[in-house]
Design a binder for this molecule. Structure first.
Ligand code: ME8
Length: 520
């Protein structure tokens, strides 16, 4: 990370709709936010990580009603489900934001009134095609050849009504200038280009109200009680409100470090609606948007409306703690779509975690126990020892580069290569053979000491992605230092290790259930 980077960092995920329970697609963004938060904290930054739920709007009202549920009770229950899922997955958010909170409602009304007073909101008639799934009007360019919403595979409904409009088009040029000047404002780059190319067309104004005759589950407009606020206008404000805007204790310096994590489905709302709202309110723009592609199942987006979802907790329970973190980061090339398959999952866990780091740690620690009762000091390093130890630095550099470039896949590949290099070092130096020759006792100590230093580096580097495994491995190496602290990254050369008597099972081999042949 560049030396002039800010010392604070505000990382946000989308606020998820509470019309259905969390699935692996939501988990990807949330666990990535957790990984980035831990990565930045490990580098000494003060991080604030926000996630939460988006609880107003038509589709939520429709879903609650279709189940004969009271809407408030329904949103409370699903919001809690999101919260509990993240807690069980050990995702350490600082703020869990709900758009039905009283303060949020108050601040959204304040923002609306401010914009109305400034002449940024007008009343108009509008006609268009509305997708309830997206909760927005789709233009003709956005629907498929057969007129369907590409994400929800449903025909948007034609609607004509009088509504309030936010004069978003006023900010078109300012937005173009901003994105042209700030190459990191939207990452990866192809999404910035996509937004800039979209902005070449005239930008329409944004319809920000819904008549109560159609929808009551929303925030009432402060200047017209016949309408509620459009759910996107309400929800996007969460990011700013959570930093204390518009009160006397607004943490503006935190706000200025904002890094929004999203997937490409909501790029337009975040890269166009949101910054124009900020410009109109006179607030600084967020620093960066990071957009991922989709997780696909059988070629289509994993989504609650399509019903092809994988549940994060079920996966974790079945295949082991922290395995979704590793697999999802290792498998997805950030910014592109990726296909989730159970076969791919099982293969990755076995190859890199169970047979990789898990097997390596258990091999080395068992040899240490057997030969030195867990305590020993490496000495007199020779050339091959120095060569393999130097790979710690190159791995850390590649890891950091991967994070800086949003190429998490590359970071994890570099880490797995260090596991392989360590394995190779063990195979070439044959500590089990050295153990049989008393004249080689010192060399044996050194070889195992080199392995322990490598394991220490592997644990410290992997901490943001595998925090629990990292802690378990360091504890087994007898190292008390917290991998979350920035000093751990110094990759010290320990001269004495107290290896614990118990060899931890970091990751177990997993198997897909064998499908029984159908009865004749
Ligand atoms: O859009 N692949 O909420 P939402 C990757 N409430 N990421 C996925 C995914 C998939 N298949 N499915 C979901 C909303 N996600 C609004 C946001 S923000 C102020 C309001 C993740 O519940 C991804 O982060 O539909 C995506 O952008 C988000 O969930 C959409 O969540």
């Amino acid at each position: 990370m560049a030396s002039n980077s800010p010392s604070r960092s505000y990382i946000t995920t989308p606020l998820y709709y509470v019309n259905a329970r969390p699935h692996l697609g939501h988990s990807y963004t949330t666990l990535l936010a957790d990984v980035i938060a831990r990565y930045r904290k490990q580098r000494g930054l003060q991080v604030t990580f926000l996630t939460g739920t988006d609880e107003h709007g038509e589709k939520i009202e429709q879903m609650a009603k279709s189940q004969n549920r009271d809407v408030r009770e329904f949103v409370d229950e699903v919001s809690q489900d999101f919260r509990t899922t993240w807690e069980k997955m050990d995702l350490k958010f600082d703020i869990f934001y709900r758009t039905t909170d009283e303060n949020h409602v108050k601040q959204v009304q304040h923002a609306l009134q401010t914009l109305k007073d400034k002449g940024e909101i007008v009343f108009r008639e509008y006609e268009g095609n509305y997708c309830v799934g997206c909760e927005r009007f789709l233009t003709d360019n956005e629907v498929t050849a057969t007129g369907l919403c590409p994400d929800h595979q449903k025909k948007p409904e034609p609607r004509k009504e009088a509504n309030y409009f936010f004069l978003m088009s006023r900010y078109q040029q300012q937005l173009i200038d901003h994105y042209e000047k700030n190459s990191n404002a939207i990452r990866p780059e192809h999404y910035r280009q996509e937004v800039l190319s979209f902005l070449k067309q005239p930008l329409a104004d944004l319809c920000i109200s819904r008549p109560k005759t159609r929808l009551t589950w929303g925030i009432e407009l402060p200047f017209d009680s016949h309408f509620v606020t459009y759910v996107w206008f309400d929800a996007l404000l969460n990011y700013l409100v959570a930093t204390g805007w518009s009160g006397p204790n607004w943490d503006k310096s935190l706000w200025e470090t904002t890094n929004h994590l999203i997937a490409k489905d909501i790029l337009k709302a975040h890269a166009i609606y949101w910054p124009t709202m900020l410009l109109a309110l006179g607030a600084p723009l967020f620093s960066e948007i990071h957009a991922s592609g989709y997780w696909l199942v059988d070629g289509t987006k994993m989504s609650k409306s399509l019903g092809n979802v994988i549940r994060p907790l079920e996966i974790e329970e079945r295949f082991g703690r922290e395995t979704p973190r590793f697999y999802l980061l290792r498998e997805m090339s950030y910014g592109q779509d990726s296909t989730f398959t159970l076969e791919g999952y099982v293969n990755a866990i076995n190859a890199y975690l169970a047979n990789g780091i898990g097997n390596l740690a258990s091999r080395v620690l068992t040899l240490c126990q057997k030969n030195f009762k867990g305590e020993f000091a490496p000495s007199s390093l020779i050339e091959i020892d120095h060569v393999v130890l130097a790979k710690r630095e190159t791995t850390l550099t590649a890891w950091n580069h991967g994070f800086d470039e949003l190429k998490y896949q590359n970071a994890l590949k570099a880490w797995s290569e260090l596991v392989t290099a360590t394995d190779l070092y063990v195979n070439e130096n044959k500590p089990w053979a050295l153990a049989k020759d008393p004249a080689q006792a010192e060399r044996l100590q050194t070889v195992l000491g080199v392995c322990l230093r490598l394991l220490q580096a592997l644990a410290v580097i992997a901490y943001p992605v595998l925090p629990q495994a990292s802690r378990a491995l360091l504890a087994a190496l007898g190292i008390e230092a917290d991998p979350a602290s920035s000093t751990s990254l110094a990759l010290e050369n320990r001269s004495l290790f107290h290896v614990s008597a118990e060899v931890p099972k970091l990751f177990l081999r997993v198997q897909l259930p064998v499908t029984e042949p159908a009865a004749p």
